[in-house]
Design a protein around this ligand. Structure first.
Ligand code: GLU
Length: 414
């Protein structure tokens, strides 16, 4: 298969789904393109006194259901096509979760691991200032993503509030609680992975108390996915970060591994476990595999070597369309990103609602609402999956596209 960029991959997935659901070609045509993509070049004064210009993007795919929504990532491999694909996936994700949002995504080409905190702050403020005319609580609400978290969200919110001249907490989600963040948002994506995993396990007859789990990625999503799967009774047998993976048949304590990573900077070298590459980790013996790092991890090269029965996509786009077909043929169930990691954006929605009404909920309330929302979304997708007899990804897309299409129709876009 020739190498292609994530946007081409998102289009292939859309085409495949359009065929299965017999989608109106006019709606299909509109959905192929982001409504708007902004490219900004942001000059930043580096610590050595020199100016460096960073390129960033914000892609707004579709806002038929409500304002655009989606995170902003910092990574050296960010491209416009990647951000466009991620914005399409956000449209599906928000629609699958039943949120009144469309899809967007942002990204800045940079390596925050090689930058000082001051440099990252100046870049964050500069980037957000540059996109401030197309974001806002009623237009487009950014959030965190790869290499961005509460710290960056606070700078974004502050920068936007300065532009406006008053506090606008509802302009970004994933903020620290003290300035309008929601209880439960930090752990929400991983919790959502575990909730959808719990529901999928019920349907597949997997007993979680006896199940083994491998998690690729130990950032926010990977760490909390492992943490909550462990809480559900699973044995975590493998984890990894960008430097490599570790595997132990006996099981790993998520807390101990996390402390080890805090001290040494990586999970690699953890005692009582075997070190291996990220690629090797994916092929290890386990019942449930959670790719929670980046795109393009499960491809036609390794899909036939995966041993898990169930895959929960914590990351966005970890499985290529070819791999999807191989896994489907092998009877391995993939709970797609747009469902499995939708706990993050769903709790972002709760945060935004709290910001708009200036009234804040307890953690228990947030978790209860999240659990209900995800169980409903899961069951919706599962019913469609059974009805169409196709991959769960296509079932999720059918649910999503039906909602977006209906909104587009009643609004008179087609
Ligand atoms: N970046 C996360 C995602 O891909 C969260 C988006 C949000 O909360 O808006 O779903």
């Amino acid at each position: 298969m020739p190498e292609r960029n994530p946007y081409q991959m998102a289009l292939e997935q859309l085409d495949k789904c359009a065929k299965i659901m017999n989608l109106d070609p006019n709606i299909h045509e509109i959905l192929k393109y982001p409504k708007r993509v902004l490219c900004v070049n942001v000059p930043v004064r580096m610590d050595n006194g020199k100016i460096k210009v960073f390129t960033g993007f914000r892609s707004q795919h579709n806002d038929a259901l409500g304002p655009f929504k989606g995170g902003i990532r910092y990574h050296p491999n960010v491209t416009m096509e990647e951000v466009m694909a991620l914005s399409i996936w956000m449209t599906w994700k928000c629609a699958v979760a039943g949120l009144p949002y469309g899809g967007a995504k942002g990204g800045v080409i940079c390596n925050p691991k090689e930058m000082s905190v001051g440099e990252i702050e100046r870049l964050s403020r500069g980037y957000f200032h540059a996109i401030s005319s197309i974001v806002g609580p009623d237009i487009d609400i950014p959030a965190g993503d790869v290499n961005t978290s509460g710290r960056e969200m606070a700078w974004f919110m502050d920068e936007y509030s300065k532009v406006k001249g008053y506090n606008v907490p509802g302009t970004v989600t994933g903020k620290p609680i003290i300035i309008g963040g929601s209880e439960g948002r930090v752990e929400a994506t991983g919790m959502g992975v575990a909730i959808t995993g719990r529901e999928a396990a019920k349907k597949l007859g997997i007993e979680l108390k006896k199940a083994t789990v491998v998690v690729q990625g130990f950032g926010n999503v990977g760490y909390y996915s492992a943490y909550f799967m462990e809480k559900l009774g699973c044995k975590i047998v493998g984890v990894s970060d960008s430097r490599g993976g570790i595997y132990s048949k006996k099981g790993l304590s998520v807390e101990h591994v996390s402390k080890f990573k805090e001290k040494t900077g990586s999970v690699v070298g953890y005692p009582d476990a075997e070190d291996m590459t990220n690629e090797q980790l994916l092929e290890q013996e386990c019942d449930i595999l959670i790719p929670a790092a980046l795109e393009n991890q499960i491809t036609e090269k390794n899909a036939d070597k995966i041993k898990a029965r169930l895959i929960l996509e914590g990351a966005n786009g970890p499985t290529t369309p070819e791999a999807d077909e191989i896994l489907f043929k092998r009877g391995i169930v993939v709970v797609p990103d747009v469902l499995a990691n939708s706990g993050g954006v769903s709790t972002s929605y709760f945060e935004w609602v709290q910001n708009l009404q200036n009234y804040y909920w307890s953690k228990e309330e947030v978790i209860e609402k999240l659990d209900k929302l995800l169980v409903k979304a899961f069951n919706n997708v599962y019913e469609t999956y059974k009805k169409y007899g196709t991959e769960m990804r296509m079932a999720a897309y059918i649910c999503a596209i039906n909602r977006v299409a209906e909104a587009m129709k009643v609004r008179g876009w087609v």
